[in-house]
Design a protein around this ligand. Sequence first.
Ligand SMILES: Nc1ncnc2c1ncn2[C@@H]1O[C@H](COP(=O)(O)OP(=O)(O)O)[C@@H](O)[C@H]1O
Ligand SMILES: [Mg+2]
Length: 388
Amino acid sequence: MSQEPKNDNTFNRTWRPQDPYNDLPKLPPQNELETKPILRQAIRSRAALSELKKATELIPNSAMLINTLPLLEAQASSEIENIVTTADQLFRHFQAPEQDNPSIREALRYREALLEGLRDLETRPLCTRSAEAICSRIKDMTMTIRKIPGTKIANAISGEVIYTPPDGEQRLRDLLTNWEQFMHRRSELDPLIVMAVAHYQFEAIHPFLDGNGRTGRVLNSLFLVDQKLLGLPTLYLSRYIITHKEAYYGLLLEVTRRGSWEKWILYMLQAVEETSRWTTERIDSIRELLEHTSAYVRERAPKIYSWELMEVIFSQPYCRIRNLVEAEIVGRQAASRYLKALSSIGVLEEQQSGREKLFVHPKLLGLLTGHKSTFTPYTAAEEQKPYL
Ligand SMILES: Nc1ncnc2c1ncn2[C@@H]1O[C@H](COP(=O)(O)OP(=O)(O)O)[C@@H](O)[C@H]1O
Ligand SMILES: [Mg+2]
């Protein structure tokens, strides 16, 4: 049963928003974590996540997902911190960096941090060093554990201080060591519950001067891979957080104020369930679009069709002549012809981007950034003659 105190006057009387929370309790929490509602929700979340894992594995080339889904996650996670870009801008910029837009560059660094963290998982488990590496990549400067006091979380409009994290480098390092141990200890706890608890704790420790939210969310994605719940960091978890941002902030605070672990854990588990379903639907649709487009191009433009060509136009929603050359599909001149042919049959759309041509893949872009997880099929191939 939940042991949540009913009244905040009876709990955590020592905590005050404007004072460093140096009494932040170490993990594990004293509350019962495996309450009935949590266990029930954990089963649903695990089932949805395992569907996502399967859908991810069915995509024949992982580049198709690893180039695209982490960019969606990067966009939403950055927007939680008011770094606003659109996913479309990110995809475009990724192919053809045009203007010097700091928000775009910052969001792209989030994706790099995630992919770099993924590589680092092969050599070390998630730890304080991983957090420093991730935060440094996101902020594009060396970020180490805070040495000076003064970091606070305040209301952006009123300036009212909501929470002051603990201070003192050694205290922060000790808390982080406990956080690492909690993530890696052998326990019966469902790893999704571990992730939720560890995320609160990381944010409450708030080890850096800035970038704590984004670093913590990259760590969530990596933890799921580390625990083998996903093969690749394809879950678009920040989608839920951005659409339920007030609850995210409110529930983090309620753990501090009242030890309301149950509500917080349920929130994170629901986030996993909902975004797993969303991401699975999109991945299934991308796979259907891939099959449908392959068949269509084979009929309408059989001379240029190759599986490798399909891989290139599905690995990101914007494509350049150079991508075909780099994938060794054809030389430069022929590559231009191939992309124009794909445009003539409606698979791509040619756009001018500075001096370069950019070819957008509208149906793929629609699946990634649109509201619907379905696409309008190409007109039945029998009705038309081959184009090439
Ligand atoms: N009451 C709170 N207690 C602990 N952490 C919080 C609280 N409210 C918000 N946060 C976390 O702090 C993050 C913002 O911290 P910040 O260092 O500015 O990160 P970033 O630069 O990535 O935005 C939020 O995204 C959230 O994860
Ligand atoms: Mg910030």
